[in-house]
Design a protein around this ligand. Structure first.
Ligand SMILES: Cc1cc2nc3c(=O)[nH]c(=O)nc-3n(C[C@H](O)[C@H](O)[C@H](O)COP(=O)(O)OP(=O)(O)OC[C@H]3O[C@@H](n4cnc5c(N)ncnc54)[C@H](O)[C@@H]3O)c2cc1C
Ligand code: FES
Length: 275
């Protein structure tokens, strides 16, 4: 936590990568910033425009600075600004906030990652973590889908996931596309094509809420227990730290109690058709 938790720190943009139409990853460098855990988010501040919660899609150290990546889709004031600025520009960052993906509890288990569209952003740090601590986990399944091949994030990295030992990666696009030879259909369909052992698998899911609900239904039907299925929720936020109540969902504050919840925690409030 920062010394003045509601005051953003000034961060300098050090790199930019165009990922997909209207989606850009911006790398910012900060001094004296706490190291984020996989699945946490920052509040990103654009001067005079406001703040938006944005997941942390990568983090590494460079000298005495922490470099943090945010993969941002341009939808409104803050995200339009932050996807247009150049290297050397400054934005405000406060965080890291929230409860990320469970790590200790998942050790020794198989992990299933299911990402839809920009939902791969908060999942990328947990994929990196598993890769770096490969012996601590069982099989790794990565299922990722986007509308078209152009909408896939981290294109140069996706092909390398197949090299992670004891892992299977499957990628889908929603509709046929010229030149695409991979799977066509929803990413949740891919759940039917993997050899899951429900008793030893934890699933981490992020994407549009409708996609996450379909994934939950499929996984429950495959025998996974609700407390082994984890979802990263998006809600409107202001403080990002459990003070204002804007993000309330049932008796939870998504910013502080989440954004990652087990389906077991959410099932009272998140209605999934067919369960
Ligand atoms: C924990 C968390 C992590 C997030 N991570 C990312 C990320 O990694 N990358 C990214 O691009 N976005 C992410 N978001 C979403 C992002 O914070 C919102 O899109 C944000 O509102 C954009 O701010 P803005 O000022 O650009 O647009 P705004 O002016 O706030 O909104 C633009 C449009 O999006 C709609 N909208 C805004 N927020 C929501 C919402 N929660 N649910 C439904 N509709 C909404 C508004 O109604 C409006 O139509 C995350 C959100 C949360 C809660
Ligand atoms: S955003 Fe203020 S309590 Fe969650």
């Amino acid at each position: 936590m920062l010394a003045k938790p509601l005051t953003p720190l000034l961060a300098t943009v050090v790199d930019l990568i165009d990922e997909a139409p209207l989606v850009r990853t911006i790398y910012v460098a900060l001094r004296d910033f706490p190291e984020p855990a996989p699945g946490q988010f920052n509040m990103v501040y654009a001067k005079g425009l406001g703040e938006a919660p944005i997941s942390i899609s990568d983090v590494f150290r460079k000298g005495d600075r922490l470099v943090i990546a945010h993969t941002i889709r341009s939808v409104g004031a803050v995200t339009k600004y932050t996807t247009c600025i150049g290297v050397g520009s400054q934005i405000g960052i406060r965080g890291p906030y929230g409860r990320g993906w469970p790590i200790e509890e998942a050790k020794g288990m198989d992990l299933l990652i299911v990402g839809g569209g920009i939902g791969l952003a908060p999942l990328r740090p947990i994929i990196r973590y598993v890769e770096a601590h490969r012996d601590s986990f069982g099989k790794l399944f990565i299922l990722y889908g986007a509308r078209t091949p152009h909408d896939l994030l981290f294109k140069s990295e996706l092909g390398k996931y197949a090299n992670i030992p004891n892992s299977i990666t499957k990628i889908s696009i929603d509709k046929p596309y010229e030149g695409w030879t991979g799977y066509v259909g929803f990413v949740t369909d891919l759940i039917n094509y993997i050899d899951l052992d429900p008793g030893r698998t934890a699933a981490y899911i992020c994407g549009p809420e409708v996609m996450m609900k379909v994934a939950v239904r499929r996984l429950i039907n495959r025998g996974l227990k609700p407390d082994k299925i984890f979802l990263s929720l998006e809600r409107r936020m202001r403080c990002g730290m459990g003070v204002c109540g804007t993000c309330q969902f049932g008796h939870y504050f998504v910013c502080k109690d989440g954004p990652v919840f087990s389906y077991g925690e959410l099932m009272k409030y998140l209605w999934v058709d067919g369960i």
